[in-house]
Write a protein that binds this ligand. Sequence first.
Ligand SMILES: *[C@@H]1O[C@H](CO)[C@@H](O)[C@H](O)[C@H]1NC(C)=O
Ligand SMILES: *[C@@H]1O[C@H](CO)[C@@H](O)[C@H](O)[C@H]1NC(C)=O
Ligand SMILES: *[C@@H]1O[C@H](CO)[C@@H](O)[C@H](O)[C@H]1NC(C)=O
Ligand SMILES: *[C@@H]1O[C@H](CO)[C@@H](O)[C@H](O)[C@H]1NC(C)=O
Length: 480
Amino acid sequence: MKISREKSFMVDPFLFLYIVTILLTIAHVSGDSNTTTEIPKEFTAVPGQLNTRFEPLLTDSNGIFAFGFLPIGPTKLDLAIIHLPSSQPIWRAGPSILPNWASTTTFSFDGNLVLTDTSIQKQPLWSSNSEGGDFVDLQRTSNLQINKFAGEDTPVWQSFDHPFDTLVQGQNLTSLASLTTSDKQYAFRIRSPYIALYMILSGDQEVNYWRHAALKAASERDIYAQVNATGFLGIYNLTDGYRLDVIPFDSFQRGVVGFHRLTIQSDGNLYAYYWDNKTWNLVYVAVTEPCGLPGKCGSYGLCVPGKSVCSCLVNGTDGCLQTDSGDFCGTNSNDFTVVRKSGVTVEYTDIMVTEHVSSLADCENICQSNCSCWGALFVSTTNNCYMMDYPIQTLEAAGDTHQGYFKVRPHGAAGGAKNGHKTVIAIVVIFTLIFAALAAYGGYWFWERKRNRLPRVNLGGQPSQEMTPGPYRDLKTMPT
Ligand SMILES: *[C@@H]1O[C@H](CO)[C@@H](O)[C@H](O)[C@H]1NC(C)=O
Ligand SMILES: *[C@@H]1O[C@H](CO)[C@@H](O)[C@H](O)[C@H]1NC(C)=O
Ligand SMILES: *[C@@H]1O[C@H](CO)[C@@H](O)[C@H](O)[C@H]1NC(C)=O
Ligand SMILES: *[C@@H]1O[C@H](CO)[C@@H](O)[C@H](O)[C@H]1NC(C)=O
């Protein structure tokens, strides 16, 4: 219970600051600046004074969308397209290194969109990798395009082909692109015949925790998805545009006229909203049970459905045990301990690697002897055994017909038993040093207090009694 309360307050202060900054930022944006609707060749721009405002460079002809410099955190920026009435960013260039909001940063167009910060590196931090364009404009759909004056109708490059975390209505999402959170931890992808959500772990490991199969899709056909203005996510055949499936939003067939978008958010869930000229209305959520999100309670965390309360399957030093990446293959294949837990499952067993087994022991054996297996879930009513070939993420509390088997790396991970031993020694040494330091400090404090008694009395105040020897008592309960 205690843990769960703490969990819910564990908002990263930097993330919080960052969100507040963005919100403040964006609240100030207005369409009043004298931006153009076309960027010509040889255009360059440098961000103005460091402030918390979006700095538009280009707007669409209706003045609904703008392209420009978006402040990220207190000192960085990104190129972005925002929806002006709501100040909502709907596209970002998303370079892996963000440039500083400083005069060293330049945006330019020479047929190729280029973002450079010479204080970081000479080479561009981001570019559209295109050539031969004559001008840039922002379509009324919010699509940023590099076009030619004459010749082909198709643009040289368009932002619609390079989405960030959002798909706007009319924009196609194919298997060539994906929506990702800005921390690159989660992705929404097209994997014919599915659309799916993934958690991305280091070392190429991924957790697929949500999947929707296009109703009429044959697996060999390539599909794409598009948000429809009447309130649904359509899934289409790439070759002929034939509609294979419809995922309706709450706004579907309600006669609403508004601008729809689909966004993957930092919790890893996929949301659809429509703008009714006043606010963004939430009209769709992909994962409806919050405990179904693998990051909900962190690694080795346990989530209680309905309440979204978190506790730990395995305790760590600060919250639940943190997982390493990788697997148990190689020389340290047997270097793990096992945690068994009754009454745990995940929401997404139906899309996991499944083995039909005759008993819980069989299920455990399969996982135990497979070095890429991190854990297995057994359901006694069906005799299904579900394999987790990735470090254990949030599990969900369930009935006793569900059994869990989980591998736990010894502290210090990859190095094996010797390293584990070293870690224990290190911990003992650290605690001893802390104890020594505290003891020394305590002695010093006692001495100081004695020494200072006279002057304090002279000043007419009581000596401070706040500093009670609390640390000593705590130390006794410390593990060594
Ligand atoms: C845009 O604004 C700047 C300064 O606010 C001004 O110097 C410039 O002439 C304006 N340009 C146009 C096209 O109005
Ligand atoms: C989306 O894909 C369809 C089918 O390939 C195509 O006809 C349409 O022009 C595309 N839309 C955009 C905005 O690229
Ligand atoms: C983890 O710690 C909490 C509180 O310190 C305790 O209630 C819980 O039983 C522990 N869980 C395990 C699996 O050790
Ligand atoms: C081990 O598990 C992985 C993932 O579940 C599976 O792909 C692989 O075939 C298994 N290996 C063996 C030897 O069973």
